[in-house]
Design a protein around this ligand. Structure first.
Ligand code: ATP
Ligand code: MG
Length: 361
C-alpha cells in the first residue's frame, strides 16, 4: 500500500511554536526521509470559516502567512503538495455523504469540539458548520487516501471520528476508503505545548503564542514574561517542574549541543532540572537559557521566511499548482466513493442496460 501523508492548519493567524513541535517539525523530517509516496499539506480555510464566518478577510489574509511559515520551516513544494482546502469542492461533496454516517450525539461527545465550543462562547448557538467540522476533516483525510496524519494531541478525537467513518463507509458500501493512522509527537511536551501564560494550549485564538516569525526582541520579551513556578520566590527555594512552562519549553526545544554553547556549567537538561528542584537556581537564569535556545531554533526559520517574502506571487503560484494537483486526486476518490454508493448513474452502463431491459418486458 502507498504511504501518503496529509495534515494541515487553519489560516487563522501566523503559525506558532506549538504548531512547530506538535506537527510541523515532524512533517518536514518525514518529507525529507523520502519514505512517502505523496505528501499533502492543506491550508484549511473552509474549516477556519466555520468559526470565522463573519470575518473572511482574516482567513484571506492568513493564507499567505501560513504558506510562508510552511516554506520557512522547510516544506518543499517539490516534495509536498501545498494546497488550499476551499479550492477542492470534492471535499464538500464527500462531507455531505459522510454526514449520513455520523450521529449528532457522536459529534456532541467529541471532547475537542466541546472545549472549542466553550472557548468560543458558542454554547447558546453553535454554527452547524463548526459543529460538523470533524466530518469535513474526515473528508480531507480520506480524499487523499492518507495513511499517516501527523498532528498534535488535540486532533486525536478527529482522527478517531475519521476512522469510524471509514469503517462505517467500508462496511456499508464495500472496501473503498483508507484507514488513517495518527502520528503524535513522541515527546510529551510537544503533544500540547502550553501558552506562555501557562494555559493548557498555545493557540492562535488565545493570544498566548510565540510565533515562528517573531523578531528576536519579542521572543526575549515573551520568554522573560513566561509563567514558571509561582511558589519559587527566592533563588534558594526549591522549584517545581510540573506546570512550569519554561521547563516544558526546554523539554520541547532543547538539544544537547545547546548546553556547551549557552550553559556549559551543566551537562544536560536533567542536571539543570535537578538543580532547580533542589533550590539555588533562579528563574531568570533558566529563562535566559531558554531564550538562547529559542533564538537559535527560530533564527534560520525567520531568515528563510524573509527570503520567500521577496516573491509573494511565486508563493501563490505554489499554492495554485498544489491545489490543482490535490483536486485531481480528490476527484478520483470521489469517483470511487460515488461508484461504491451506487450514485454513478451515467458511468454505469450495466444499470442503463438493465433498466432498459426491465421496461421493455
Ligand atoms: P485555532 O486557534 O484557530 O484552532 P490553533 O493554534 O489551534 O488554531 P490549528 O490550525 O487548529 O491551530 O492546528 C494545526 C495543527 O497544530 C494541529 O495538528 C494541532 O494539533 C497542532 N497544534 C496546534 N496548537 C498546538 C499546541 N499548542 N501544541 C501542539 N500542537 C499544536
Ligand atoms: Mg485548533
Amino acid at each position: 500500500m502507498k504511504k501518503i501523508m496529509l495534515t494541515g492548519d487553519r489560516p487563522t493567524g501566523r503559525l506558532h511554536v506549538g504548531h512547530y513541535v506538535g506537527s510541523l517539525r515532524r512533517r518536514v523530517e518525514l518529507q525529507n526521509t523520502g519514505d512517502f509516496d505523496d505528501i499533502f499539506i492543506m491550508i484549511a480555510d473552509a474549516q477556519a470559516l466555520t468559526d470565522n464566518a463573519d470575518n473572511p478577510e482574516k482567513v484571506r489574509q492568513n493564507i499567505i502567512e501560513v504558506a510562508l511559515d510552511y516554506l520557512a520551516c522547510g516544506l518543499d513544494p517539490e516534495k509536498s503538495t501545498l494546497f488550499i482546502q476551499s479550492q477542492i469542492p470534492e471535499l464538500c461533496e464527500l462531507s455531505f455523504y459522510y454526514m449520513n454516517l455520523v450521529t449528532v450525539s457522536r459529534l456532541q461527545r467529541n471532547p475537542t469540539v466541546k472545549s472549542e465550543i466553550q472557548m468560543r462562547n458558542f454554547e447558546a448557538s453553535i454554527p452547524v458548520g463548526f459543529f460538523t467540522y470533524p466530518i469535513s476533516q474526515a473528508a480531507d483525510i480520506t480524499a487523499f487516501k492518507a495513511t499517516t496524519v501527523p498532528v498534535g494531541e488535540d486532533q486525536m478525537p478527529m482522527i478517531e471520528q475519521t476512522k469510524e467513518i471509514v469503517h462505517k463507509f467500508n462496511s456499508v458500501y464495500g472496501e473503498t476508503l483508507v484507514d488513517p493512522k495518527i502520528l503524535l509527537p513522541d515527546n510529551a511536551a510537544c503533544l500540547r505545548l502550553p501558552g506562555i501564560d501557562g494555559k493548557a494550549k498555545m493557540s492562535k485564538s488565545l493570544g498566548n503564542c510565540i510565533y515562528l516569525s517573531e523578531e528576536p526582541e519579542d521572543i526575549q520579551k515573551k520568554v522573560f514574561s513566561m509563567f514558571t513556578d509561582p511558589t519559587h520566590i527566592r533563588i534558594e527555594d526549591p522549584g517545581k517542574l510540573e506546570g512550569n512552562t519554561v521547563f516544558t519549553y526546554l523539554d520541547a526545544f532543547c538539544r544537547p549541543e545547546y548546553f556547551p554553547e549557552f550553559l556549559p556549567e551543566y551537562e544536560n537538561l536533567d542536571e539543570l532540572k535537578a538543580h532547580y528542584k533542589r533550590g539555588g537556581l533562579g528563574d531568570m537564569k533558566v529563562k535566559r537559557f531558554l531564550n538562547n535556545v529559542l533564538q537559535a531554533e527560530l533564527e534560520p526559520i525567520r531568515n528563510r521566511r524573509k527570503e520567500f517574502q521577496k516573491d509573494i506571487p511565486a508563493v501563490y503560484e505554489i499554492l495554485r499548482k498544489g491545489s490543482e494537483k490535490a483536486k485531481t486526486v480528490a476527484e478520483q476518490t470521489l469517483k470511487e466513493v460515488k461508484a461504491a454508493m451506487k450514485i454513478d448513474y451515467f458511468a454505469d452502463e450495466e444499470l442503463i442496460r438493465a433498466q432498459a431491459e426491465k421496461f421493455s418486458e
